[in-house]
Write a protein that binds this ligand. Structure first.
Ligand code: ADP
Ligand code: MG
Ligand code: MG
Length: 878
């Protein structure tokens, strides 16, 4: 029979799936012999059953009753018994920590009789007993009975006046209990449930239900926590921090989650219970002061913190309570930390001999590294913080507040930086979002329109800064403390922390970027990054190349550790002055006219390639022949039509150009005349590019070009282009691989054939994603992606993280079938996914040879490739 309840002595920290993080770690601490109040955990499996079926699984009530009996036996008290009651807490706890998202009820077991028993237990401390009782009704009323918590708060405030809650005496608290009971009766039509077991049963259900509370759903979506995990429920004997000044409750970290430094970091509140510390109802004191108040407990706490660090081999955060001089541990978990602290802590733990360097690499993430690479606000500068929202898209942006899209565009046209401030954004704001330096909203979460679009554009964004009152009509917002920011005022927003500042905060370059650029590591963080990067490089199997089209990018990519260029686009070689030559090419009616245009382009392109070969200094360069439709290089159809229709000096060329633009106009350019199709339709175009590459390669000793044909769907397309390329290369006496992009689903599906004519594949996952899903990125990201994210159709945009199920499947097929045809087939990826952590792991898993990404993402890809390789060995050894 299924087991749904585990005593704390039965579990351990590896059972998070079943017992949730809180339950698993309470069990772990219990087994370590630490002072944890006894209790038991109802599994998340029971919750999943309850949520699916609407009723608890058979046998659960019985099992809970048995564990409760055992708990009562151990404590020598019975739940809620009048004379000498046992009280318990009922606490939620899912696999992943969701701070404050779900429910916990303390002091279960109190009623009009047992409250007297509790006072007796406490040596006649009536005040304490009534304080506990009023807390129960308040918490239970709010979380289990669904009553508006403000009703209780207001009743409390009415009694309290300007005093602290600790100043209320027993009589006042007893009257407050009566008032609270009245609120319950009024709001639910029923009396507050006096039966302790009924209280417990209802609280367990409320915890189960809280899994699907709107805020929990929202949080899960933001943090990408699966929706179907459910939560475990912990039932544990109460210990009391609200006995008086010899008692209290606190939270602590085993080291500073901001910097990683070891020390005593925490807050303590005397004469308080549970959530008082984080709720901020009274001012807490720094944990250090506990030494003065209760040295014995303080020393014990520090010793336990050390035990936990050594045991978990990582930073832990903890919750504890002191009951009349006796310390109790109520929670621990491996604590959250900032990106900088993550790197420092990982290497500190290596130095302490707690973890290996292999493990250190797996303890940090590419996202954390990316955060460290953004320019940031100078922390030492004078800054006035006026609000905080969600850190939706990282970066540090300074600009003038504007409240509509049009103003943002106007300002940017005047060369001024704007921060677009909105309650929330919608697709109509797109132009303004593009023009602005940063985006600030007062509503919406990390999957709101503003957040999704900003991340897609790589633009700094803070969203959901709820304390800000945004008035679009009056073109201003108000911050707490009466600060008013009007249109045109300077503000600074930090997309990495979510902070909003008044005025201009100075920005400094990231020291981590300076390091990648070649500066010597000279502080703890950079030294930590250096050590971890070196080890990741040594461990990784995947190569890392750059998407780079210019000598500058190529040189930077090299400094950042790229082992060549995986995608060198050639379209920029047709822009600027050279547009005229493209026009000639398009207008050519005879072979010799066309050839003349191509001949004029060839030396220009050759010079471009020479510069890139020089910059990359002997590493391979994968050059993609021209990909976009030619009309992208021609004048806009509307502009040109207007000009031809209205201007007095229209030339014959203008008329012919208009005709050509009309002829080339496409309804759906993404699926039109582009890529290999251009090479097949415009004689000499690809040949010119290949010749320019070959001539450039001859000129730069050690150059290693690879020629890549885009948008191939059928081997026949590739064959004829390849034949011509091979011939030109042979004539020039240059060796180069000739391969293709795999970016059309048909190419992936016919990879066995395509590999006959390709020496390498490079997965163009931007197009492959568009064509697999059948949507064009430019059209869909702003218009309905946030809706799709809300609906859970995908947890993250498939343009951000490779869609393993669909696009990934196509890649798997192509890898397998391509290599079956040509065992040495060289395989890479050159879509933006090449720099996305999860996608890099996918590329490692399917056996690609390298990933290619934008220069700034190269360190991220190197780190994640190392982590992917170490994860393989990890699972064998531990
Ligand atoms: P959250 O997950 O929101 O932190 P918890 O379940 O940890 O919620 O509980 C909220 C507060 O109540 C915490 O401060 C916790 O330490 C305290 N608490 C929970 N159970 C007990 C207990 N049995 N005795 C005393 N305090 C408790
Ligand atoms: Mg907690
Ligand atoms: Mg493409």
């Amino acid at each position: 029979m299924a087991k749904y309840v585990y005593d704390f002595t039965e579990g351990n920290r590896n059972l998070k799936d079943l017992l949730g993080g809180k339950g698993a770690n309470l069990a772990e601490m219990t087994n370590l012999g630490l002072p944890v109040p006894p209790g038991f955990t109802i599994t998340s499996e029971a919750c999943r059953h309850y949520l699916a079926e609407g009723s608890t699984p058979g046998g659960l009530e019985q099992e809970v009753a048995e564990h409760l009996d055992a708990l009562e036996g151990r404590m020598g008290r019975k739940l809620g018994q009048a004379g000498d009651p046992l009280l318990v807490s009922v606490r939620s706890g899912a696999k992943f920590s969701m701070p404050g998202m779900m429910e916990t009820v303390l002091n279960i077991g109190l009623n009009d009789e047992s409250v007297h028993g509790l006072a007796k237990q406490a040596g006649g401390n009536e005040r304490f007993a009534w304080d506990s009782y009023r807390r129960l009704i308040q918490m239970f009323g709010k979380t289990v009975l669904g009553i508006d918590g403000d009703l209780f708060e207001r009743a409390l405030d009415a009694v309290k006046g300007r005093r602290n809650d600790t100043d209320l005496d027993a009589g006042e608290l007893q009257r407050l209990v009566e008032t609270y009971k009245g609120i319950v009766r009024e709001q639910t039509g029923d009396d507050f449930p006096a039966d302790p077991r009924e209280q417990m049963r209802l609280a367990v259900r409320a915890v189960f239900d809280s899994w699907n509370a709107p805020r929990a759903i929202l949080y899960r979506r933001q943090e990408r926590i699966p929706a179907d995990l459910g939560t475990a429920v912990n039932i544990m004997a109460m210990v009391f921090g609200n006995y008086g000044d010899d008692s209290g409750t606190g939270v602590a970290f085993t080291r500073d989650p901001g910097s990683g430094r070891q020390g005593v970091y925490g807050d303590y509140l005397q004469n308080a219970q549970g959530e008082d510390v984080v709720a901020g109802i009274r001012n807490t004191i720094p944990l250090q002061e506990l030494e003065r108040i209760d040295k014995h407990s303080y020393d014990e706490l520090l010793a336990i913190m050390e035990t936990l660090e050594n045991h978990y081999r990582d930073l832990c955060d903890i919750e504890f309570t002191i009951e009349r001089g006796k310390l109790w541990m109520l929670q621990t978990r491996v604590g959250k930390r900032t990106a900088a602290a993550a790197f420092c802590i990982a290497t500190q733990l290596v130095d302490q001999g707690l973890i290996t360097l292999d493990e250190a690499v797996t303890r940090v993430t590419g996202d954390q590294l990316a955060q460290l690479m953004f320019p940031r606000f100078d922390a030492d500068a004078d800054r006035k913080k006026i609000g905080k929202g969600m850190n939706a898209s990282p970066g540090a942006a300074v600009g003038r507040a504007v409240f509509c899209s049009e103003r943002a565009v106007e300002l940017s046209e005047q060369g001024e930086d704007a921060i677009l401030v909105r309650r929330e954004t919608n697709p109509d704001d797109l132009a303004g979002m593009i023009a602005a330096r940063g985006i600030l909203t007062s509503r919406g979460g990390k999957t709101s329109h503003a957040a999704v679009v900003a991340r897609g554009m790589g633009k700094t964004c803070v969203c959901g800064a709820e304390e800000l009152e945004v008035s679009t009509e009056e073109r201003r917002f108000t911050a707490p403390g009466g600060v008013v920011v009007s249109e045109g005022d300077l503000i600074s927003i930090d997309g990495t922390t979510g902070e909003v500042f008044l005025g201009e905060v100075p920005v400094v370059d990231s020291a981590v970027v300076d390091y990648f650029e070649g500066a010597e590591p000279d502080d703890e963080l950079v030294r930590a990054v250096d050590r971890i990067m070196r080890h990741a490089d040594a461990a990784r199997r995947l190569g890392v190349r750059a998407n780079a089209d210019t000598p500058d990018d190529a040189a930077r990519a090299r400094r950042f550790g790229a082992q060549g260029i995986g995608l060198c686009r050639t379209e920029h070689m047709f822009l600027g002055e050279r547009r005229r030559l493209v026009e000639d090419l398009v207008l050519a009616t005879a072979d010799d006219e066309r050839q003349a245009a191509l001949n004029a382009l060839e030396p220009l392109q050759k010079a471009d390639f020479v510069a890139i070969f020089q910059a990359i200094d002997g590493d391979p360069v994968t050059i993609r022949l021209i990909d976009p439709p030619l009309h992208e290089f021609l004048p806009d159809i509307v502009d040109l039509s207007v000009e031809v229709a209205t201007s007095s000096d229209v030339t014959d060329k203008d008329r012919r150009l208009l005709a050509a633009v009309k002829r080339l106009h496409e309804q759906n350019p993404m699926l039109g005349l582009r890529g290999v199709r251009l090479g097949l339709v415009i004689p000499g175009l690809f040949a010119m590019q290949v010749r320019a590459i070959a001539q450039a390669a001859k000129e730069v000793p050690g150059a290693r070009p690879e020629i890549m044909i885009p948008l191939v769907a059928a081997v026949q397309e590739l064959e004829s282009v390849r034949e011509e390329a091979v011939r030109i290369l042979a004539e020039a006496g240059v060796e180069a691989l000739v391969g293709t992009m795999i970016e059309v689903p048909r190419a992936a599906l016919t990879a066995a054939r395509i590999a006959e004519a390709a020496e390498f594949f490079s997965f163009g996952t931007n197009d492959l994603t568009q064509m697999s899903w059948g949507f064009s990125r430019d059209d869909v990201e702003a218009s309905f992606f946030s809706r799709y994210l809300d609906l859970g159709i995908f947890g993250v945009s498939p343009f951000e993280t490779l869609d393993r199920e669909g696009v990934g499947r196509l890649i798997e097929i192509a890898v397998e079938e391509g290599r079956a045809t040509r065992p040495g087939l060289h395989l890479g990826i050159c879509g933006e996914h090449g720099g996305d952590p999860d996608s890099v792991h996918f590329c490692h898993e399917v056996g690609l040879d390298y990933v290619s990404c934008s220069p700034f993402r190269i360190p991220v890809a190197r780190l994640e490739a190392g982590r992917a390789a170490l994860k393989d060995t990890d699972s064998d050894t531990r």
